[in-house]
Design a protein. Structure first.
Length: 573
């Protein structure tokens, strides 16, 4: 079996847009009389400014001046720190922001990445303002270095908080490059000059990022680049979202390199809705939905959206994203509730969506009835129409399928053809436990708004992905599969059967890789066992069905599950 580091499960969620469009959105928001009425609205502006700054900093044009965008992010960060919990003077802020916005002359194309902490992992920008309060800084000045993308916003917040506390603070951002597990950082002449000035003032050096991720190499690379400029390692602090198990970081010699620097983790956010009293993260939601622990589905705890319950058990709160990211998820949840496919939706607060809990039970294989299959088909038809998108193709999905298949089995399938005829924001979670049969006899789809456009595959794609997910996750018989696809065709007018087979291969190849990497991440224990069982299940599905989509290969062999579980080797990084 191949190393899990070679599997392909994360997609490139960067998008191309114009600086003019980003500028116009900021301008419209500043002029909107409803804006800045709540802290969430100010946060919306701050995140948009951080995106614009980051996009401009990444443009490779020597004549481009990104400094006005940096000043705009600083202004909005200062306002977010100063007005937390209190009303913001909207007119004064707009009058200060708009002239800076007018100084941003560039209108060309920029590449914008998703700040994953703000979009998926309940990282609030002001968590890093709280982190500054916990730092023991002996210096009177600091140089803050943000690691793009998210570091543009985080470094602005940290600098604003430092200035509020009386510490002189300057900042800039960097983009480490190279292999994801071995990033390298180089400073330009302007940045080296700023470092020299800070060194002469005996300043503290604070590096801001949301990580560390699987490798830790981005943060490490910036810290080591500062050392090359003469900064003592004792003056460097890594401001990050959590303190990792350094033995699990997969950058070269990561444990020794990481441990040389001071680390200041922000930890889990405390900025929660008032109703969020019962923690349901790290898979704890399973206790509520499925009382029998032996029936619990596998989870990848580090990759889960943060969840809470209200003290009376009536409200489920799920992190949906800050700023525009949360707004998109909120719109999907509202549509799901209106159509009767999802839980009743009560709106969003502090990035958390609030849904009314329904009494019932999660589904299982015995529930594969014509009634449920018809409901699933109607749901896919509705979703393809309601959440339709344009301008997407399946080339990355095809690559993911081929790469994961080849690296697991040692040979490539025939290139899967994944035509895109009904592109949409898919559900991407068709497992039995995500379907709820209420005590009133209604089928509801849980967790239906979040995952179709996150940083995992598939991203926006053909609705055939969800149809394939039903086939694979429920292990449908030939007759049940044909019934599902016929009912979908009746509801939508779309003959999905013509393209679902290859999507089944793509779906199983992704879930096999996902389960393998998740098992390696969680280590030894019950969760790893669940994930390894899933990994074997998807792998067996690919073996069983490979003749319908893949070339023949005499060396197609099965991994001995008992050996994997007894050694706990599983997929290793």
């Amino acid at each position: 079996m191949s190393s899990t580091s070679e599997f392909y499960i994360f997609r490139d969620s960067r998008r191309r847009t114009s600086a003019a469009e980003l500028r116009n959105k900021l301008r419209a928001k500043l002029f909107d009389p409803r804006s800045l009425e709540s802290p969430d609205e100010l946060l919306f502006l701050l995140l948009q400014a951080g995106e614009l700054e980051c996009g401009l900093c990444d443009v490779q044009e020597a004549a481009l001046d990104w400094r006005p965008a940096s000043r705009l992010t600083d202004l909005l960060a200062q306002a977010a720190v100063a007005f937390e919990g209190s009303a913001c003077d909207k007119r004064r802020l707009a009058s200060a922001a708009l002239p800076i916005l007018d100084q941003i002359r560039y209108s060309g194309e920029v590449s914008v990445g998703v700040p994953e902490g703000f979009a998926y992992y309940a990282l609030h920008p002001l968590d890093y303002a709280d982190l500054v309060d916990r730092l023991s800084l002996n210096a009177r000045s600091a140089l803050v270095v943000g690691v793009r993308s998210i570091g543009a916003t985080l470094s602005a917040v940290v600098s604003a908080k430092l200035r509020t506390a009386g510490t002189a603070a300057q900042r800039f951002t960097v983009r480490p490059i190279g292999h994801p597990y071995d990033r390298q950082c180089e400073f330009d002449a302007r940045q080296r000059h700023a470092i020299a000035i800070a060194l002469a003032a005996s300043a503290e050096f604070l590096i801001c990022d949301e990580g560390p991720g699987r490798s830790g190499s981005s943060l490490i690379s910036v810290a080591e680049a500062l050392e090359r400029e003469g900064v003592p390692h004792s003056n460097i602090s890594l401001l990050c979202s959590h303190n990792p198990d350094v033995s699990s970081l997969c950058a070269p010699d990561a444990s020794r390199r990481w441990s040389r620097f001071r680390v200041a983790p922000a930890g889990m956010t405390q900025r929660l809705p008032a109703e969020a009293t019962e923690y349901l993260g790290n898979g704890d939601w399973r206790r509520k939905l499925i009382p029998e622990a032996q029936l619990w589905p596998a989870v990848w705890p580090q990759m889960e959206q943060l969840k809470y319950g209200s003290c009376d058990g009536r409200i489920l709160l799920t992190f949906e994203g800050h700023g525009s990211y949360g707004a998109a998820v909120r719109a999907r949840n509202e549509a799901l509730a209106r159509a009767g496919f999802g839980l009743s939706y009560l709106g969003q607060e502090a990035g958390f969506g609030r849904q009314v809990v329904e009494k019932g039970r999660s589904a299982g294989p015995p529930d594969v009835t014509p009634q449920l299959l018809s409901h699933m088909a109607e749901y896919c038809s509705w979703r393809a129409a309601e959440f339709a998108v344009s301008d997407t193709d399946a080339s990355d999905l095809e690559t993911m399928t081929r790469v994961n298949f080849e690296r697991e089995f040692g040979f490539a399938p025939e290139c899967p053809l994944l035509p895109v005829e009904r592109p949409a924001i898919c559900d991407s979670r068709m497992m039995p436990h995500d379907w709820l049969l209420t005590d009133a006899g209604r089928w509801l789809k849980l967790d239906a708004a979040i995952h179709g456009d996150d940083h995992f595959f598939p991203g926006p794609c053909d609705i055939a992905w969800d149809l394939a997910g039903i086939v694979v996750e429920w292990n449908l018989s030939t007759a049940a599969r044909e019934f599902l696809l016929e009912k979908y065709k009746e509801a939508s007018g779309d003959d999905g059967a013509r393209r679902v087979r290859d999507y089944e291969l793509a779906y199983a190849a992704f879930r096999m890789a996902w389960s393998s990497m998740a098992a390696a991440s969680v280590g030894v224990g019950e969760e790893a066992d669940r994930l390894l069982c899933d990994y074997q299940r998807y792998r067996r599905w690919l073996q069983t069905h490979q003749k319908e989509a893949c070339v023949r290969h005499d060396a197609f062999t099965e991994v001995d599950t008992r050996t994997m579980l007894s050694t706990q080797s599983g997929p290793q990084v």
